[in-house]
Design a protein around this ligand. Structure first.
Ligand code: SF4
Ligand code: SF4
Length: 383
């Protein structure tokens, strides 16, 4: 009896926090065969789901924090076990009980900074729009066609700022009336939600929604598939339905309407990496490819694991804040796949992916072998 009560309580908590579907698992193991972790270590989401179904997940162990929420195993599962919801439920229990581990130190710091400054870097909110200085970017007003919402990484990280600047260059060239909200924006909250910090997510989301409504925002353009996913699929939980468009879709719109012309030549072999939150989570596969294929001189290469089978970069699910051992990084494998195809440039359309792939590029000494670019950076050179 003594041992049954806590187990029942844990099962009840997993259910309450959104992991009810663990009970449908029949241990077929299809999830483990596609999980990218099994390319680098021995990890079993099947085993974790089984422990959760019996109310005995060891929430203090790193296993609970491995899942990058890449979306690969849910699409294979014959019983709709909703593995991402299940691991997030376990993380929510850990957050509720203040489970501490060295691994989670940076997550705690990110969470505190998100609450205080609206970004995960312990950076001043006042610096959020600094990337735009000198790039002809105005403050948003409701007469404008769209609000450009660069994510926190694109706003603060020196390398990733180049994506925001390239985006501004493209929008200005096409004559788009756009603006930013700068210091009034918060992080979209996608990653912190996946770490189980539901309260922080809700605060960020509610503040953003209020800001968007107060400023009369109708259409939101985003660089990050993580912002896209959150605004499009999660903010409606708060009855907020904005028209959200990813930059890869919007550039196609501009090209198709004749508002943007690609003039330059890009004589390079370019492979495209599908970001999980753009592809698998939101079904956007063609727009980035269409842009790359429309560029004169560019030779387009598909990677071995592409479209629905894309190999995760390793940064989702809050893993962007966790220090992953060099030998365990999926982005190393991805970069090597690109090099093996003969590509000179690995293009993608997500700041998290660019960050991970750039780290692999320098960590593995491939600086002279291959470039990593967001599609906006390639296009901005050619218009
Ligand atoms: S694929 Fe689904 S049913 Fe099969 S072991 Fe994994 S979670 Fe369970
Ligand atoms: S969502 Fe991706 S990382 Fe998470 S368990 Fe499934 S396959 Fe592995």
């Amino acid at each position: 009896m003594d041992t049954e009560t806590p187990i029942k309580e844990v099962i009840e908590e997993i259910r309450e926090f959104g992991g009810e579907a663990v009970k449908y698992c029949y241990q077929c193991g299809k999830c483990d065969t596609v999980c990218p972790w099994n390319k680098v270590i021995d990890f079993s989401i099947r085993r974790l789901i089984r422990e959760a179904a019996f109310g005995i997940p060891e929430i203090e162990l790193e296993e609970v924090w491995r899942c990058t929420t890449c979306g690969k195993c849910p699409q294979e599962c014959p019983r709709d076990v909703k593995q991402i919801d299940d691991v997030v439920a376990m993380r929510r229990i850990a957050a509720e009980y203040g489970v501490s581990s060295t691994l989670l130190k940076p997550v705690r710091s990110a969470s505190a900074s998100l609450t205080a400054e609206g970004n995960p870097f312990v950076q001043d909110r006042s610096k959020r729009a600094d990337w735009s200085e000198g790039y002809n970017v105005k403050a948003f007003n409701e007469e404008m066609e769209l609000l450009y919402f660069p994510c926190c990484y694109v706003s603060y990280d020196q390398r990733l700022m180049e994506i925001a600047r390239a985006t501004a260059g493209i929008l200005n060239k096409a004559g788009v009336e756009f603006g930013i909200l700068g210091t009034e924006e918060n992080c979209c909250g996608e990653s912190i939600r996946k770490t189980g910090n539901e309260d922080v997510f809700k605060t960020l989301a509610r503040e953003n929604i209020k800001t968007f409504i107060d400023h009369g925002v109708k259409r939101i353009l985003v660089s990050s598939p993580h912002c896209y996913h959150t605004f499009k699929n999660e903010y409606p939980e708060f009855k907020a339905n904005f028209d959200v468009i990813h930059i890869s879709e919007y550039i196609n719109e501009l090209i198709n309407e004749g508002r943007l012309k690609v003039n330059g030549n890009y004589s390079k072999k370019v492979a495209y990496h599908d970001p999980c939150y753009l592809g698998r989570h939101n079904g956007i596969y063609d727009p980035p490819r269409d842009i790359l294929k429309s560029i004169p001189g560019l030779e387009f290469y598909e990677l071995p694991e592409s479209h629905e089978k894309s190999l995760c970069c390793g940064m989702g699910g809050g893993r962007i804040w966790v220090d992953t051992k060099m030998s365990e990084r999926f982005s190393n494998l991805r970069l090597e796949q690109a090099i093996e195809t003969g590509a000179e440039v690995l293009a993608t359309s997500c700041p998290y992916c660019v960050d991970a792939l750039e780290e692999s590029r320098s960590g593995l000494n491939y600086e002279e072998t291959i470039l990593v670019k967001d599609i906006t950076e390639i296009l901005n050179e050619l218009i």
